[in-house]
Design a binder for this molecule. Structure first.
Ligand code: ATP
Ligand code: LTN
Length: 330
């Protein structure tokens, strides 16, 4: 049995990138009976960037409902909020003492976010990867499904775990990252050389999983492509078209090769409409379920509580193991 762990921040909107690159794969992994799956809302990570409390609270509810709407089943998987399990903060502190400032300084996301939020380069932003390492290591995780942008954080998690194991013996399971074959990096519709990101300020660049069909179609029709006319999968030279083909492949549940065959004879305009239609169809049941769940606050609360209890049980044990090895009186 493999333990799968991943998390998403309840910030901004859930994008098509998050859906394809992350949460939809989580659902697939959940359906493999050999996996023990644990998924979190990384709400402690979110305040590394200043949040407005009312909006943040709304986002937490919304993202929790989104996770269930995707098909994460609280009976099969543990689906919880990071802030409900205090062990995350405690382990993060302990791991901090085994992590070097130089390592954190080199993290790409830290550099990017520091540039973006130059007026608020707080310690949490710098410490973000250590809290993420705590998330992962608390659950004896084997695999961490994430998009490309998070691989560096998985690497540092492995480094920290190995460092501690070298000193104290076998304390932590050393996890591996898991990148989906297609869709690990969905690109912006307006600048296909950069990733589709929750925090993009241009709404046309990003599909929200909750966009209406009209809006989705409009955004795809406006997607930036190139001045050529051939439909080919070549992310280096034809970033825009390749991005659309990647999205279409996932939305139809096909390979890139099969998708290219389907699109024979298409002009760019035809491809955009086909992608739009497929994404609308892919998201329809999910949006319906979301609309139902977001009204069911009692149900969401009960699921989150149950999830936190199950998570805490595992987290407590791991933390105890480490504290014992460190010499703490328990
Ligand atoms: P931000 O705008 O703050 O960078 P984000 O859009 O990257 O946020 P996260 O909450 O950081 O969203 O990411 C959640 C998960 O979604 C991660 O596993 C991440 O790798 C994945 N992910 C995010 N954007 C994409 C994308 N464009 N393509 C594929 N996967 C993505
Ligand atoms: N930093 C991640 C979210 C995250 C995460 C985790 C992902 C927080 N803790 C543990 C995997 C495992 C992001 O996607 N931005």
């Amino acid at each position: 049995m493999k333990t799968i762990y991943s998390a998403i921040q309840p910030s901004g909107i859930m994008t098509l990138g998050n859906y394809i690159g992350a949460v939809n794969n989580w659902r697939t992994m959940q359906s493999d009976g050999d996996n023990k799956c644990i998924f979190a809302l990384a709400d402690l990570h979110t305040i590394t960037v200043r949040q407005q409390p009312e909006q943040f609270n709304k986002n937490c509810w919304s993202f929790y409902a989104l996770l269930l709407a995707v098909g994460l089943d609280p009976k099969k998987s543990i689906v919880y909020l990071q802030s409900h399990v205090k062990e995350h903060c405690e382990l993060a502190w302990l791991l901090n003492c085994y992590t070097y400032v130089g390592e954190m300084n080199r993290m790409t996301q830290f550099k990017d976010k520091s540039a973006k939020h130059a007026d608020n380069i707080n310690m949490g932003l710098m410490d973000y990867p250590v809290l993420m390492a705590a998330d992962i290591l608390l659950y004896d995780t084997d695999l961490v499904p994430v998009g490309y942008d998070q691989l560096q954080h998985i690497e540092i998690t492995r480094d920290i775990a190995l460092r501690i194991n070298n000193i104290y013996g076998d304390i932590f399971k050393v996890p591996d990252g898991f990148i989906p074959k297609v869709g690990a990096k969905i690109m912006s519709l307006q600048d296909p050389t950069s990733k589709m990101s929750k925090s993009d300020t241009n709404p046309n660049a990003v599909i929200s999983c909750l966009d209406t069909p009209d809006v989705i179609m409009k955004k795809f029709k406006r997607a930036v492509t190139d001045s050529d006319t051939t439909i080919a999968y070549d992310p280096q030279n034809k970033a825009g078209i390749s991005n659309l083909l990647g999205i279409l492949a996932v939305a139809q549940g096909k390979t890139i090769e099969e998708t290219l065959k389907d699109c024979e004879g298409f002009r760019y305009g035809d491809l955009k409409v086909r992608v739009g239609e497929s994404v609308i169809e892919m998201l329809r049941p999910f949006q319906e379920e979301y609309n139902r769940l977001i009204e069911a606050k009692d149900y969401l609360t009960a699921c989150a509580k149950e999830g936190a209890e199950k998570a805490r049980e595992i987290a407590e044990n791991t933390l105890k193991r480490f504290k014992e090895a460190l010499g703490y009186i328990l």
